[in-house]
Design a protein around this ligand. Structure first.
Ligand SMILES: C[S@@+](CC[C@H](N)C(=O)[O-])C[C@H]1O[C@@H](n2cnc3c(N)ncnc32)[C@H](O)[C@@H]1O
Ligand SMILES: [Zn+2]
Length: 332
C-alpha cells in the first residue's frame, strides 16, 4: 500500500477515515509491512507484503472459498512467473474463453486517468492491464486470496515486469473499505457468480461509483432460464468454492433494481467457440443456433442475435453463454 492511499479508505468498523499508519518496512514502491489503525474506533488492519488486509477471520463462507482455491491449486512453483505474465493469453481453457472478452472491454470503457476497482481480482492480471494498457490513474484489486500465483501477491510479479503500481486489498467484495463515490469504474472478470448475494454486491458497486460511473463485468457464466439449479456440480464446488449459476435476467433484474442502466455486449469468445466448438459450449446452445453455427455466415448471425437489444435476452433465455455487461450509474 502506497503511503497516502489511506485518504481513499474508510474504516469498515465505524466508516470514519481518520488513520494512523505505522510502518515496519517500506520500499521505494510502497509500505510493505505495517498497520493501519482507525483513530476513531481503534480497529486495526495489517499490511502484509504491501497488501491491506481487511478480511473478517470469522467469516466461514470466505474461509471456505480460500481453502477451496488453495486445495484446487496445489503447489505453486516460481516457474509459474512466465505463465502469469502471459495472462490472460494462455492457450488452455478457461483463458481462450476469457481473454477476447476482457480486451473487448477496452473498446467500450475508457480507463484513462480513472479510478478503478477490480472485484475478485484473483491473480490481478486484469488490474495489471487496466493500469498499463488502460492507463488508469489508480487501480485497486480486491480479493480474498493472497497467495503468489493464485491471489494478490502475484501483483509483485507484474510490478517487477512493468514498474506500474496498483493497490491490493485482501477483503470481501461485499464490503470494501473505499470511500463512497471513489471509483469511476468498477470492473470484474468471472467473479460475480462467486457471490451468493448479487443484490449486496451490486449495491456495493453502486456505492463505490461516482454518478456517471461504469460497472463493467466480463466472463460471467449465464445459464438458460429453464435450468433451475443455482449451484453447479463441478470441481470448484467439490472443494467448497462458492460457485453459482445465474441467468441473464438474474443479473440484469437486480442491476436495474439498484438503479443501473445495463446493456450487454456479444462477447468475442462466442465467435471463437462457435468456430472451434467444444462439447460443453455446443450443448448449452439453443438448438437452432447450433445448426446456424455450421457456416461462417451463420456464426456471424448468431453473434448479431446475441448482441441485439431484443434478440439478445431471448438468445440468453434459451442458451448457456458467457455474459459481458456494461452498466452505467446515471448522473453527471
Ligand atoms: C474465477 S476467479 C476470477 C479471478 C480473476 N478475476 C480472473 O479472471 O482470473 C473468482 C475470484 O473471486 C474471488 N472471490 C470470491 N468470492 C469473493 C469475495 N466474497 N470477496 C473477494 N473475492 C472473492 C476468488 O477468490 C477468486 O479469485
Ligand atoms: Zn473505525
Amino acid at each position: 500500500m502506497k503511503r497516502g492511499f489511506e485518504a481513499s479508505l474508510l474504516c469498515l468498523g465505524c466508516r470514519a477515515s481518520q488513520w494512523a499508519l505505522e510502518t515496519t518496512h517500506e520500499d521505494e514502491r510502497e509500505v510493505r509491512e505495517g498497520t493501519l489503525r482507525c483513530e476513531r474506533c481503534a480497529r486495526s488492519y495489517a499490511i502484509l507484503k504491501g497488501i491491506l488486509t481487511t478480511l473478517d477471520p470469522e467469516d466461514e463462507t470466505l474461509a471456505r472459498e480460500v481453502n477451496g482455491w488453495h486445495q484446487l491449486a496445489g503447489p505453486l512453483a516460481e516457474s509459474l512467473v512466465s505463465t502469469m505474465t502471459a495472462l490472460p493469453y494462455y492457450p488452455h481453457p478457461p483463458w481462450p474463453h476469457l481473454a477476447p472478452d476482457f480486451f473487448q472491454i477496452f473498446e467500450y470503457v475508457d480507463f484513462h486517468d480513472k479510478h478503478v476497482v477490480d472485484l475478485g481480482a484473483g491473480r490481478t492480471w486484469a488490474s495489471r492491464h487496466i493500469a498499463t494498457m488502460g492507463q488508469a490513474r489508480e487501480v485497486v484489486a480486491v480479493d480474498v486470496l493472497t497467495r503468489r500465483f493464485l491471489g494478490l501477491e502475484t501483483a509483485d510479479v507484474f510490478y517487477a515486469e512493468d514498474r506500474k503500481h496498483f493497490e491490493r486489498i485482501c477483503g470481501d467484495v461485499h464490503q470494501i473499505p473505499l470511500k463512497d463515490g471513489w471509483a469511476d469504474v468498477v470492473f470484474s472478470a468471472a467473479a460475480i457468480h462467486h457471490s451468493g448475494q448479487r443484490e449486496r454486491l451490486f449495491a456495493e458497486a453502486w456505492r463505490l461509483l461516482k454518478p456517471g460511473g461504469t460497472f463493467a463485468f466480463v466472463g460471467e457464466p449465464s445459464k438458460k432460464a429453464s435450468i433451475p439449479d443455482r449451484q453447479p456440480q463441478n470441481e470448484e464446488t467439490a472443494v467448497g468454492i462458492n460457485e453459482h449459476i445465474y441467468s441473464f435476467q438474474e443479473y440484469m433484474g437486480p442491476l436495474k433494481t439498484q438503479g443501473f442502466r445495463p446493456r450487454h455486449l456479444a462477447p468475442r469468445s462466442i465467435r471463437y467457440r462457435l468456430a472451434y466448438p467444444d462439447p460443453e459450449f455446443m450443448q448449452g446452445l439453443f438448438r437452432p443456433l447450433r445448426r446456424l453455427s455450421r457456416s461462417a455466415l451463420g456464426r456471424r448471425l448468431v453473434t448479431r442475435l446475441v448482441r441485439g437489444r431484443f434478440t439478445g435476452p431471448l438468445t440468453y433465455r434459451y442458451s448457456n453463454l458467457p455474459l459481458t455487461v456494461i452498466a452505467r450509474k446515471p448522473g453527471a
